[in-house]
Design a protein around this ligand. Structure first.
Ligand SMILES: C[S@@+](CC[C@H](N)C(=O)[O-])C[C@H]1O[C@@H](n2cnc3c(N)ncnc32)[C@H](O)[C@@H]1O
Length: 236
């Protein structure tokens, strides 16, 4: 549950230029999720590494690599890192990578462009190139305030509106899906069957705002990092 972390903030607590822009677009919201990620002692790297350890000769793919912070910490030899600007070993967009790719992966981490449109494309492509029993991780599924969610990006940290994919994954059959309450929200997908038909709810989700993220949170499965570690460890 995320609701227990909701807190009302004063409008003056936000930078006035951001409030002005958000109000113009009806995106301002004075409720925040009051979680300090630095006080939760796990990052995405911990969960991804745990999953990669379940495979002998794990094949790892990262979409959006930047400064190699995650990429360099994954204890795997067979790594592919795709980023058009920096990091990894393939300098191209995720769309171009998937267009020509033929390789299947055991663990994939999607952390590229943080818009719903691009993220859902990356996820649909990733599921197609994920082995059965493989894991897909998605970063930044828990924006804590309207600025962290705002598209286009207004500052750092930035989650964008990738949270919307959670609602599609939650309704997609033949996979397990949960969100870990750590490190800006880490989504975990386990592919259990060959045929996964991604649940398409784009039309209903595309115009939703941070307020809707808060209102729809009850529909999703948020779990603590300790529980996630136990689940990943126990999974075959
Ligand atoms: C948040 S950073 C990635 C951080 C990294 N995964 C980590 O854990 O440290 C996002 C990266 O996505 C890259 N990016 C933006 N658009 C992309 C696209 N269309 N395909 C792949 N990567 C993209 C950016 O260049 C940026 O380096």
């Amino acid at each position: 549950m995320l609701k227990k972390h909701y807190k009302k903030f004063k409008k003056e607590s936000f930078p006035s230029s951001c409030v002005f822009k958000a109000e113009l677009e009806d995106k301002f919201c004075d409720i925040v999720i009051d979680i300090d990620w630095y006080k939760i002692f796990y990052t995405r790297m911990a969960f991804i590494s745990l999953a990669t350890n379940k495979f002998s000769n794990c094949k790892y793919l990262e979409i959006g690599v930047a400064n190699n912070f995650t990429y360099n910490s994954i204890p795997v030899i067979d790594k592919t890192g795709v980023d058009p600007i920096k990091g990894g070993n393939l300098r191209m967009t995720s769309d171009n990578f998937f267009k020509n790719n033929k390789k299947m992966f055991d663990v994939i981490f999607v952390d590229g462009l943080h818009t719903f449109e691009q993220c859902r494309k990356d996820i649909i492509n990733s599921i197609n190139f994920l082995n059965i029993g493989g894991y897909l991780f998605i970063h930044d599924l828990i924006p804590r305030n309207f600025m962290e969610e705002f598209v286009p990006q207004m500052g750092e940290p930035w989650c964008g509106d990738v949270w919307k994919v959670s609602h599609e994954l939650n309704k997609t059959k033949n996979l397990e899906f949960f969100i870990i309450k750590a490190n800006s929200g880490v989504g975990v997908v386990k592919k259990n069957e060959k045929n996964v038909e991604y649940f398409d709810d784009y039309i209903n989700l595309k115009n939703l705002k941070f307020k809707d993220f808060l209102n729809k949170n009850d529909e999703l499965n948020y779990i603590d990092p300790e529980e996630a570690i136990n689940i990943i460890k126990k999974n075959k």
